[in-house]
Design a protein around this ligand. Sequence first.
Ligand code: SOE
Length: 395
Amino acid sequence: MDGQIRVGMVGHAFMGRAHSQAWHTVGRAFDLPLRPVTAAIAGRNEAALAEAADRLGWESTETDWRRLVERDDIDLVDICSPGDTHVEIALAALAAGKHVLCEKPLANTVADAERMTVAAEAARAQGVRSMVGYSYRRTPALALARQLVADGRIGDIRHVRAAYLQDWISDPEFPLVWRLQKDLAGSGALGDIGSHIVDLAQFLTGQHITGVSALTETFVKERPLPSASAGLSATGGTERGDVTVDDAALFLARLDGGAVATFEATRFALGRKNAMRIEINGSRGSLAFDFESMNELQFFDGTGPAEDAGFRRILATEPDHPYLSGWWPPGHGLGYEHTFTHQAKDMVEAIAAGTDPAPSFADGLRVQRVLDAVERSAAASSTWTPIACTAAEGD
Ligand code: SOE
């Protein structure tokens, strides 16, 4: 690769923007063994693609991702397109000997995730590396939390309590974007944001989810189509379409190390913008985190004297904290985009070292199995216990 790693990215919406920022920034923040080059960007609409390439800083464009994957001057394919496209692009890229970074969730189904994992493991034998983009693991405060758990600082894990709360689709007139269509997104809040907290719970505890009991709900059953929502059609009405995904997913889980867990994912929590929260209670202490205060980790050390016990705030901005060597003096803080920069750093370093970056496609498949189990549990009514009330109690 003559000191470079040439990236070809598919997609240029929100994730395309975040990944572009990361590829441009990572070499300025960290000393890397290979210099990332934003060589090509692929998208379907030529005009929008040209504007994105200019704004996001990509050297060339392809209106067909297949040509991007086949180019000899591309070393790594970065998949930032909707979930239904992941499997086909990843399989083609791996077969072409390209390293692959794929946005989350890995796929829209377990079957597709299995195919991607088999292909990734076969390509690995040829030195091809692959990773799935659960970027929140690379928040310094959460990487620190993982270290504290692994070091036994909170003892045996009893509880995991995770919630990912947003509110960007609480307006019933918000259009029927791809994240609200099952054939494109695979699921709703469950796969879009629930996948993050499933991955994090397993990453932070080092334990795997072995079973779930779940319920899901769709609050708004139909929405204006994106094209119609831009204005009224000739008849004065707007075309509308059915929402085919969950608006909220809540589930209980057991982990293989003995912990019990609760998960909640919704995009209807009015006032919560990107409140990805996780708390871990152990036999010797607890950890708590809220992404809306992403530089901070709350730590309760249960081994100290009672009179001055309490949660203390760790400001994860010290040079020794994970990833901080590349950034600013203590207290200056990082943001959402830096988790993607750290993701790019770890991917480039793994490729240069010939090691396997994490989370792997196999890790992504484990998350996919949990998402699938949640949907099957929610569809079954076997564990649901309705409460019958008398007239006197009010129905
Ligand atoms: C929308 O809910 C979204 O953009 C997710 O798709 C991302 O994975 C998350 O990082 C932010 O919110």
